[in-house]
Design a protein around this ligand. Structure first.
Ligand SMILES: Cc1ncc(COP(=O)(O)O)c(C=O)c1O
Length: 386
């Protein structure tokens, strides 16, 4: 194989997908509760997004940001309105969106330090890796960028005690995704915002995983009454078309002027067509309230069926971003669920993460609950026998 082995790949080749279902090269069907890691929020091959990309394919694919791109402007308007912010910079991934946010915060404030949190995940570029508060992500890469500092997540007191005039921004996830599906408390997130105001630092909310309707609001910060200066997005933004975005307040435009930052591909016509069609469907109050309802129902069912098992500690999360915290290795369950036709993913060693498409149907959620219950039961029985 001619690929760098940066991923441990499962022995599964998905060759087609529709809605919540995917099919492998043997014709076996799976319920996809991974969604390409929170990407296919409208399910696989959502028709209206497919049509928008197809129409754009028939017109022009790429022109560069040297020229006007009306569909990019339309996508930006939808995104900034939904985030209650003003301007958008398009890029190609979550890491690039966070990279842009870090650069903008440093240039705008004229300060260097970025505070982030232990167990956070912000990406794999040098700056976003440095912002990520997990040793395993840093290992082997030598000295990180020196201006990043990690605080304990959900620790109000620790953040209140920061008195530092060098802080350009605090960067935070509303729910730590890769770090184990750990929801931030309203009290903590508000304390972070207050600290930013006190220090004259910017509040950067990383919504790469939690955004685009995943938690039942357009962006997860909207559950907590926050008003960030910058929000970053990617994953679900293009329904599988690779695209990222940094969204910010109007006053930041005086810093991100022509020549200060850029991206050859960022927001090209194909990506923008995918974004616009995606947002037109997700950012409606009906769609978002359905996600909220489905999320509540799914979580309640999981709690009802699973909490009696001794290997299950907790079911947590918001909307359709759910983590089942276990006192056993989550990867074993991922393997047995895959064999039973359900795709799930881990978030750290002990959390089984479920990220179904936001279009998931009730029957599909019930089937997933049945399969998870069965897998946990079998796992506990095999431990007893051993
Ligand atoms: C919260 C968060 N930020 C940033 C990233 C990085 O995004 P990407 O892999 O698109 O660079 C991720 C990816 O998992 C993420 O969950």
């Amino acid at each position: 194989m001619s690929l760098f082995p940066t991923y441990n790949r499962f022995p599964l080749t998905i060759v087609s997908g529709e809605g919540t279902k995917v099919f492998d090269d043997q014709g076996k069907e799976y319920l996809d509760f991974v969604s390409g890691i929170a990407v296919c929020n409208l399910g696989h091959r959502p028709p209206r997004v497919q049509e928008a990309i197809q129409n754009q394919l028939d017109q022009v694919w790429h022109v560069s940001n040297l020229y006007q791109i009306p569909v990019q402007e339309q996508a930006a308007e939808k995104l900034s309105n939904a985030a209650e912010l003003d301007y958008v910079f398009f890029c190609n991934s979550g890491a690039e969106a966070n990279e842009a946010a870090i650069k903008l915060a440093r240039k705008h404030t004229g300060r260097d330090k970025i505070i982030s949190f232990k167990q956070s995940f912000h990406g794999r570029t040098f700056a976003t890796m440095s912002a990520t508060g997990q040793d395993k992500i840093h290992q082997g890469f030598g000295q990180l960028l020196p201006t990043f500092e990690y605080f304990p997540y959900n620790d109000v007191q620790a953040i209140e005690e920061v008195h530092d005039g060098h802080v350009a921004a605090i960067m935070v996830e509303v729910i730590q995704g890769e770090g184990g599906v750990v929801p931030g408390t309203t009290e903590f997130l508000q304390a972070v915002e207050e600290k930013c105001r006190e220090l004259g630092a910017l509040l950067i909310i990383d919504e790469v995983q939690t955004g685009i309707g995943r938690t039942g609001k357009a962006f997860a910060f909207q559950h907590h009454g926050l008003s960030p200066d910058i929000v970053t997005s990617a994953k679900g933004l293009g329904s599988g078309f690779p695209v990222g975005a940094m969204i910010g307040k109007a006053e930041l435009a005086e810093t991100f002027t022509a020549g200060s930052h850029g991206s050859t591909f960022g927001g090209n016509p194909l990506a923008s067509a995918a974004v616009k069609a995606t947002l037109e469907q997700i950012f409606t109050s009906d769609f978002l309230s359905r996600v909220d309802e489905k999320g509540t129902q799914f979580k309640e069912k999981l709690e009802e069926e699973l909490l009696d098992y001794s290997s299950v500690n907790e079911v947590r999360g918001k909307g359709l971003m759910i983590g089942i915290s276990l006192n056993t290795e989550a990867i074993q369950l991922v393997h047995s669920l895959r064999e039973q036709g359900l795709l799930a993913v881990v978030a750290g060693p002990h959390v089984l993460r479920l990220l179904p498409p936001l279009t998931v149907e009730e029957e599909e959620m019930s089937q997933a609950v049945r399969l998870i219950k069965q897998a946990i039961q079998q796992h506990e029985e095999s431990l007893q026998k051993a």
